[in-house]
Design a protein around this ligand. Structure first.
Ligand code: DX5
Ligand code: ZN
Length: 218
């Protein structure tokens, strides 16, 4: 069964707490927090203050996806704010190894993230030190976009690399996930699916999370 990480980017910004509680009640495995700087992606969202505010109101692990230039400038702040996982884009810094090591120094799970156009070969040398790899299945920046199905073979290739190599990372996918495509990403090797609009732009977020899990239970 796939693990589900609802993204608060599609939750109710003026009253986040009820949505976070619904995610937890629905059996969400992580809470996904999308951080955008208006530079790396053409949108702005939350900072470490949001992570700090959410930390005491949920026991779900906080999965922080940093879509920011030179994320090593902010890694420490997100770790200290209470992040359980910090994801950094390989395209966002010339010092990806340093950024990942910084995350690990705080005993926080380190994740490397790839845009749809970025080949897996670009992260091969950091795979031994990461806890997770996030394959973007949309161009980052906005919720509610269409899933890019060409990412399925990419997930398969990464999964093969994991099985043949000395690595032991989880595979997460993010963007356009719904009950029509979740089984295909799971079958390709994904362990965790982020879902924003599918969960929160619905009258029943609990049912939506359960549907994603049911679709992937053999
Ligand atoms: C996009 C974000 C995603 C987004 C997913 O930049 O990284 O996490 O919130 O939203 P949906 O599930 O609506 O594509
Ligand atoms: Zn995300």
């Amino acid at each position: 069964m796939i693990k589900v990480a609802p993204s608060i980017l599609s939750a109710n910004f003026v009253d986040l707490k009820p949505d976070i509680e619904l995610a937890q009640k629905g059996g969400a495995d992580f809470l996904h927090i999308d951080v955008m700087d208006g530079q790396f992606v053409p949108n702005l969202s939350f900072g470490p203050g949001m992570v700090e505010a959410i930390r005491p109101i949920t026991s779900m692990p906080l999965d922080c996806h940093l879509m920011i230039e030179n994320p090593e400038r902010f890694v420490t702040q997100f770790c200290q704010a209470g992040a359980d996982i910090v994801g950094v884009h390989v395209e966002s810094t010339p010092h990806i190894y340093r950024a990942l090591e910084m995350i690990k120094q705080h005993s926080v799970k380190a994740e490397v993230v790839l845009n749809p156009g970025t080949p897996i070969s670009l992260v091969e040398d950091v795979l031994p030190i990461v806890d997770q790899v996030l394959i973007m299945t949309v161009n980052p920046g906005f919720g509610g976009q269409k899933f890019i199905s060409q990412m399925i073979p990419k997930i398969q290739r990464l999964n093969q690399l994991r099985q043949t190599g000395e690595n032991n990372f989880a595979i997460e996918v993010d963007g356009g996930i719904n009950d029509n495509n979740v089984a295909s990403v799971y079958k390709a090797g994904a362990d965790i699916a982020v879902a924003g609009s599918y969960v929160f732009n619905s009258d029943d977020p609990i049912a939506q999370i359960k549907k994603l899990k049911t679709r992937t239970s053999d």
